[in-house]
Design a protein around this ligand. Structure first.
Ligand code: GLU
Length: 282
């Protein structure tokens, strides 16, 4: 069932409107453009993760953007009906809870603690946490080499949490985004940046960073990228999104998108875990 935001508000305000507001609903994506009624959909992405969610002078690119665009189209929203909104790691749950976005495609790992606040469709990708170091660094080969080292990760990410668990007492600097961590490493303040391998590979492959850094290649977590949804009153359903992701995999567009967006990066996705099967919707 798809409701418009306004229908959802009306339903909350007056029970009498409930029936009429739901009357024309359909779960079929074929009717999507009608169902969406010309309304926009607000999609949360990262703006500074090259190859995943990236904003360059207003134009958006990356694997998250491509999957989001495909799914939105299947749900009946044309590209001109997509409103891209920046959702930094630490603000994702809040932005869904406060109705600032309808869906999030932002390297957003499905976790039990996040599920207390938001719902997830997917996963549509599985990554693994890794380390990015300077190209000439030969002594950091994994988390076991991080004693006494200065690390950077992002507030509100599973990466910051995990590294603190795996390396107790690690000297961790937290930044609002991974791009800022890379800047700190360029400045020599830190020895390694930690987050998902695909994010690190994208950052290492930009024209500005090329040759300066390397991904260690020793993953120590499983990050299942889900589509973040509002727990109550979502205008889109987990089932419709999973069907759209499955279609994207089946018709080859998923494979094309992951290849295109990792081209030029020193990265190969884990083919044993990708493309992943969807979890059951809550
Ligand atoms: N996938 C991890 C997470 O959801 C790290 C990447 C990120 O911060 O977006 O926290």
């Amino acid at each position: 069932m798809r409701k418009t935001r306004y229908a959802a508000a009306a339903m909350a305000a007056a029970a009498a409107l409930t029936l009429s507001a739901c009357g024309g609903d359909s779960g079929s994506s074929a009717e999507g453009s009608e169902g969406a009624g010309g309304e926009n959909i607000r999609i949360g992405i990262k703006f500074d993760q090259p190859g995943l969610g990236f904003d360059e002078g207003g134009s958006k690119s990356g694997f998250d953007v491509d999957v989001a665009t495909y799914v939105a189209n299947e749900l009946g929203y044309g590209e001109d009906q997509i409103e891209w909104i920046e959702t930094p790691s630490a603000q994702r749950e809040n932005m869904l809870e406060n109705d600032q976005v309808d869906m999030i495609f932002a390297t957003y790992s499905i976790t039990d603690s996040r599920k207390e606040k938001v719902a997830f469709a997917g996963p549509y990708f599985v990554a693994g946490q890794d380390l990015l170091v300077r190209a000439d660094n030969d002594d950091i080969k994994g988390p076991e080499d991080l004693g006494g080292k200065n690390l950077c990760s992002v507030t509100g990410s599973t990466s910051a949490q995990k590294i603190a668990d795996v390396v107790p007492g690690v000297n961790l600097m937290e930044q609002p985004s991974y791009a800022e961590c890379v800047t700190a490493m360029q400045g020599g303040q830190i020895d390694a940046v930690t987050t998902d391998d695909i994010i690190l590979a994208g950052l290492a492959s930009t024209a500005a960073n090329k040759g300066q850094f390397k991904v260690v290649g020793n993953t120590f977590s499983e990050e299942k990228y889900g589509v973040g949804l509002q727990k109550e009153g979502s205008i889109v359903t987990c089932e419709d999104i999973n069907a759209a992701i499955q279609k994207m995999v089946d018709d080859g567009a998923w494979e094309e998108a992951i290849k295109k967006n990792t081209e030029g990066a020193d990265y190969t996705y884990n083919a044993e875990m990708n493309p992943p099967a969807a979890d059951a919707c809550a």
